[in-house]
Design a protein around this ligand. Structure first.
Ligand code: C2E
Ligand code: CA
Ligand code: CA
Ligand code: CA
Length: 278
């Protein structure tokens, strides 16, 4: 037993060192990744249930590291947030997504809304408003084709300042979605005061529907409540027909998930849009 304990300990320290090393090396290369053009955007379709058409595409950033290959945003976004690099990276994502959306429209593809994730760190910057509106202007994209996704925590942490900024986005014609809905702490009662247009039900609730009675009840309740408040509902992480069926019966507006498509590179996404137009 003593030996075993020792082995476990050794394994643990070794892996900690490897993790720390990887982190340090990622942090160093992250600083240079933007100027080296190593980031790219994938897009995941959002399918409207009533029409079964793609009405939106969520932009999801990817990092093609020269040695490590594709690094997951789950790994580098937290790092970018801690180091503040999320600010220039987030500005790049906005500009690139807007440029891409405009290019698809100009190519004659059915127009869709691109959804861009904003992290709470970006809300601390004074010029976020200028960054968002500037990205639209530079691309020549109408504001109705942009949606921003924020988490409940932004509303909780940034309070009135965030609400005021979101109100400006709404007034400019930009839609605002609450991401990962149901996982945060926001009281439902607050929702009606927030300038948002839709809720994205977190994948953790969608995963086990319809079999899990609790999750089914929660999902149905979120949809009903959102509709009472005139908000649209997008379900995230839809992977199979049974989930889709349940969501459809509850009147969910749109879905996003592997069942229709994983996030794909821009040219593949254009292919999906072209197939619809045909
Ligand atoms: P998110 O905003 O909740 O994005 C949805 C994540 O769920 C994506 O992971 C997507 O690939 C994954 N997903 C979609 N459908 C399914 C499904 O059916 N099953 C499963 N198991 N997963 C599905 P991804 O692309 O790895 O992104 C992870 C997170 O990284 C995002 O979660 C978001 O929080 C963050 N992120 C990605 N791009 C950006 C960005 O440009 N800016 C910021 N601030 N965060 C970003
Ligand atoms: Ca999102
Ligand atoms: Ca989400
Ligand atoms: Ca469950």
């Amino acid at each position: 037993a003593k030996d075993q304990g020792k082995n476990t300990y050794q394994y643990y320290t070794t892996s900690m060192t490897a993790d720390a090393f990887r982190r340090l090396s990622l942090e160093n290369s992250l600083r240079r990744a933007l100027e080296r053009g190593e980031f790219l955007l994938y897009y995941q379709p959002q399918v409207e249930l009533e029409t079964e058409r793609i009405v939106g595409g969520e932009a999801l950033v990817r990092w093609r590291h020269p040695d490590m290959g594709l690094v997951s945003p789950a790994e580098f976004i937290p790092l970018a947030e801690e180091t503040g690099l999320i600010v220039p990276l987030g500005a790049w994502v906005l500009a690139e997504a807007a440029r891409q959306a405009k290019a698809w429209i100009d190519a004659g593809l059915p127009p869709i809304r691109v959804a861009v994730n904003l992290s709470s760190r970006q809300f601390r910057e004074r010029d976020l408003r200028k960054t968002v509106l500037g990205a639209l202007e530079a691309a020549g994209l109408e504001s109705r084709w942009l949606e921003i996704e924020i988490t409940e925590s932004i509303l909780m942490e940034r309070g009135e300042a965030a609400v005021a900024l979101l109100r400006e986005f709404r007034e400019a014609g930009i839609d605002v979605a609450i991401d990962d809905f149901g996982t945060g702490y926001s009281s439902l009662g607050y929702l009606k005061h927030f300038p948002v247009t839709s809720l994205k039900i977190d994948r953790s609730f969608v995963q086990d529907i319809p079999a899990d009675a609790d999750d089914a009840a929660i999902t149905a309740a979120i949809i009903a409540m959102a509709h009472q408040l005139h908000l649209k509902v997008v379900a995230e992480g839809v992977e199979d027909a049974a989930q889709l069926d349940f969501l459809r019966r509850q009147g969910c507006d749109a879905v996003q998930g592997y069942y229709f498509s994983p996030p794909v590179p821009a040219d593949e996404f254009a292919g999906l849009l072209a197939r619809e137009a045909a």
